[in-house]
Write a protein that binds this ligand. Structure first.
Ligand SMILES: *Cc1c(COP(=O)(O)O)cnc(C)c1O
Length: 384
């Protein structure tokens, strides 16, 4: 039996007609950048997460870069985050000129260990980026409390956790600003790149809106606070977008991607529920390799289902020979990445992240995985 880690074509088949209808409408409309599909998605998304503002951007990495920029994080600043995440969490910190400071993780949830944050705070620390890794929410109460005590911003990296719930709240609504990705393999994926920033703060929201679109037009002017500057009193009507007030980015979500996401977001809760059912079955049979006890006030979304196994390579090869594709997230923690050798971390400094990176195996988990396929996977994981 052939089972991929993620079979996105199956999901497409289930919503093909609706998606194709929406995409063709965009194609024939001639409106491809910023239009009614983007507007509608932002509206739906903000209601779904439970925040005032959702601002779409070109991808999840840009969401992080724009968020940090909007908060004023810059060269000389430090940002605390997890070493056990996709590279772009740290990359975005470096991209704005700041330094990532890595905190070790909890062995069972794989999330940054909130109890270890405080000892890493210095006079340069500006923000904390908790990453809800594999769709499991971080301990936001503790993180927010520390942030408040030291006057730091909190930016949730919710790229893997759309729809996850922490104490009655959706992730993405529990901090100053949150970032999402619509990369095709994410729980809500488009047919290319896409991202979203959410916030309750109107000043932050306006900054993101200005930054994503070259700092131009009415929003750029408002954010830069340029009343009556230069040629402003003679703005050519209808050409506002060619008046620039900030150095921004070209980081917009396009209409075709928004049209696809407008269909898919309707099914997101149902799909996440399927993932939880599959995880429940894995939990029952494979608890010895996945000891995470889910707190009653937490609802993860299982972007990945990750086991820790001593003979990782042996297991991966055995599963491969049975047609099952596994993933390894992540084989190298970020403090040990070549690109960060300048940060001078030593092996042994973040022992849990280092240890689990040698043990992790991600099993296929996606809403369309059948019971028969799951039984087949479990059988071949257990067999020694
Ligand atoms: C996918 C992902 C990102 C980046 O998203 P892109 O859309 O690929 O740029 C950032 N952080 C985490 C944790 C991710 O999983």
């Amino acid at each position: 039996m052939e089972i991929k880690l993620l079979d996105i074509k199956r999901q497409y088949e289930s919503i093909k007609q609706e998606v194709e209808k929406n995409v063709i409408e965009v194609l024939s409309s001639g409106q491809y950048i910023m239009g009614k599909n983007v507007e509608r998605l932002e509206q739906t998304f903000s209601e779904y997460i439970g925040v005032e503002y959702a601002i779409s951007v070109a991808n999840g990495t840009d969401a992080l870069v724009l968020a940090l920029t909007a908060l004023g994080v810059k060269e000389g600043d430090e940002v605390i985050t997890s070493p056990f995440t996709f590279f772009s969490t740290a990359e975005s910190i470096s991209r704005v000129g700041a330094t990532p400071v890595f905190v070790d993780i909890e062995e069972n949830t794989f999330n940054m260990n909130a109890k270890l944050i405080e000892e890493k705070i210095t006079s340069k620390t500006k923000a904390i980026i908790p990453v809800h890794i594999f769709g499991y929410p971080c301990d936001m109460d503790i993180i927010n409390k520390i942030a408040k005590k030291y006057n730091l911003f909190v930016v949730e990296d919710a790229c893997q956790a759309i729809g996850a719930i922490y104490k009655g709240k959706k992730v993405g609504s529990i901090s100053d600003i949150a970032c999402f990705s619509f990369f095709p393999t994410k729980n809500l994926g488009c047919a290319g790149d896409g991202g979203m920033v959410t916030t309750k703060n109107n000043i932050i929201a306006e900054k993101i809106m200005a930054l994503r679109n070259h700092g131009s037009g009415e929003i750029g002017r408002k954010v830069a606070n340029c009343i009556n500057m230069g040629q402003d009193n003679k703005i050519l009507e209808g050409y506002e977008k060619y008046y620039h007030y900030l150095i921004g980015y070209n980081s917009r979500l396009d209409e075709i991607q928004a049209a696809i996401l407008n269909v898919k977001i309707k099914y997101l809760d149902e799909w996440n529920e399927k993932r939880r059912e599959i995880a429940k079955e894995y939990n029952k049979k494979l608890y010895m390799y996945h000891p995470t006890k889910v707190d009653t006030d937490i609802k993860p979304v299982y972007h990945m289902y990750v086991l820790k196994m001593k003979d990782r390579n042996k297991v991966i090869n055995r599963l491969k020979s049975c047609g099952i594709t596994c993933g390894v997230y992540y084989p190298v923690p970020l403090h040990m990445q070549n690109v960060y050798s300048n940060l001078q971390y030593k092996y042994g400094e973040l022992p849990i992240a280092e240890k689990v990176s040698n043990l992790v195996i991600a099993l296929p988990i996606f809403p369309e995985l059948t019971k028969e396929e799951q039984d087949y996977i479990i059988k071949h994981v257990i067999e020694e």
